[in-house]
Design a protein around this ligand. Sequence first.
Ligand code: CDP
Length: 246
Amino acid sequence: MLTLQVQKPKLILEDGRRTDGRRPDEMRPIKMEVGILKNANGSAIVEMGKTKVLTAVYGPREMHPRHLALPDRAVMRVRYHMTPFSTDDRKNPSLSRREIEISKVIREALEAAVLAETFPRTTIDVFSEVLQADAGTRLVALMSASLAVADAGIPMRDLIAGVAVGKADGTLVLDLNEEEDMWGEADMPIAMMPSLSQVTLLQLNGNFTPEEFRAAIQLASKGIEELYKLQKETLTSKYSAYKEVN
Ligand code: CDP
C-alpha cells in the first residue's frame, strides 16, 4: 500500500523571518471599508493578507417568527459562512459544524458589544461571507461584523478588534498564515473591546507555557491596537466625508 507522508515545512527561516517574509511580530497588510452594500443597513469588508470577509447587517427589524422575539432586547442572529470558492478545494456550500460553531462564538463576542436593550422585540441579523480564506477568518469576520454593526448605526459599547497569535518552530508569531495555522504548535485567536480592555473571544488550539501565554497576550494586544486604530479611521473617514456633503 502506498502511504503519502507530508513533511512539516520549516516555518521560521534562517534569517528569523517567516515563510511569507514577515518578522514574528508583524501582521499581514490590512484593508477595511464600510458601507459597500446598498441593500443592507450596514456593511463592511475587511482583508488581512489573502483572507477577505464581507459582512452585511440587517436590522434592528421585526423578528420572524415572532415568538422568538425578546421583550427586553434585540436578538442577535449571526451566520458565518465560507463561500464554495473561498478555499483551495471547493467547499461544500451548506453550513458545516465548524461554521455553526464559529457563528456562535462571533455572536457571543458581538452580544458583549451591542447595546441590544435599546431595541426590544427586534432582531439584528449579521451575515459574514468569507470570500477568500487564508487563516484568521473568524477574526476578520468578527472585525467586519463589528464595523458593519457600527455602520448600521446600532449603538455599541466599543468596536471589536482581534488577531491570532501562535507558536511556529518554538517562536511566538502574530497573525498566523495558513501554513502556521496548520503546522504550528499553537493557534490562539483573541478579540477585544480595546478601550474597555475586555476580551470577547479567546480560543486556543495547541499549548503554551504560562510565560508564553503572557507574552502571547502582549503580542496580540499590540496587533489589536493597530487594528482598532484602523477600524476607527475607516468609520471616521466615511462619516466625515458624509458630513461635508450634507
Ligand atoms: O479561519 P480560522 O483561522 O478562524 O479557522 P480555522 O478553523 O483555524 O481554519 C484555518 C484555515 O484553514 C482557514 O482560514 C482556511 O484557510 C482553512 N480552511 C479550509 O481551507 N477549508 C475549510 N473547510 C476550513 C478551513
